[in-house]
Design a protein around this ligand. Structure first.
Ligand code: IMP
Ligand code: MG
Length: 181
């Protein structure tokens, strides 16, 4: 697998992301909501660099891959109360943007004082929505990437670096399987 971002590069990107978040919120209490499962590594790394009073919650999104692709379910049981709070939504990657758009819509309906979003990665030229996250650590080429929380068929999340999966390593089967994002 070709390494796209090594551990040092990821660390520098996450430091920069945390710097921008600290600068934006200063001492204001913040509620961070991570999107499971892909954001777990970023979430663990970034929250330890944040200096404001912080609450951390998660939502889980899952989608039916294959011919049902696009049907998204959002589990909010572990989310925390966000009404009248400053909220930052964190995910691993902004690809089409559909996942984050749906989570943002759901969260906005709950009346946060403010809602911003942060991602580790934004894939160039793939977006199907007309907005971008407020904080982006890296813009990357349109390749399928794994590691640092990102998976292929639920594997590779533990790699400490970000690698590109070759098209030949990605199966083209279209059976319907539920997969967590
Ligand atoms: P979107 O709804 O198209 O923006 O997709 C967002 C979700 O799809 C992410 O949270 C990831 O879980 C997954 N995803 C998109 N691109 C990749 C990739 O290159 N590698 C691994 N997961 C990806
Ligand atoms: Mg995923």
């Amino acid at each position: 697998m070709k390494i796209l971002l090594d551990e040092n590069q990821l660390n520098a990107g996450v430091n920069q992301l945390a710097l921008e978040i600290n600068k934006t919120y200063r001492d204001r209490p913040l509620t961070i909501i991570g999107v499971l499962t892909g954001s777990v590594v970023l979430l663990a790394d970034v929250i330890r660099k944040l200096e404001m009073p912080l609450r951390v919650g998660v939502v889980q999104t899952s989608s039916y891959e294959g011919s049902q692709r696009g049907a998204l379910t959002i589990n909010t049981q572990m989310m925390l109360d966000i009404s009248d709070r400053d909220v930052l939504l964190i995910d691993d990657i902004f690809d089409t943007g559909n996942t984050m758009s749906e989570v943002v819509e759901l969260m906005n309906a709950l009346g946060p004082a403010s809602l911003k979003s942060a991602v580790l990665l934004c894939k160039t030229g793939r977006q199907k929505v007309d907005w971008r996250p407020d904080f982006i650590a890296f813009d990357i080429p349109d390749e399928f990437v794994v590691g640092y929380g990102l998976d292929y068929n639920d594997e590779y999340r533990n790699l400490p670096y970000l690698a590109c999966l070759e098209p030949s390593e990605i199966s083209s089967t279209s059976e319907i399987t539920e997969s967590s994002k």
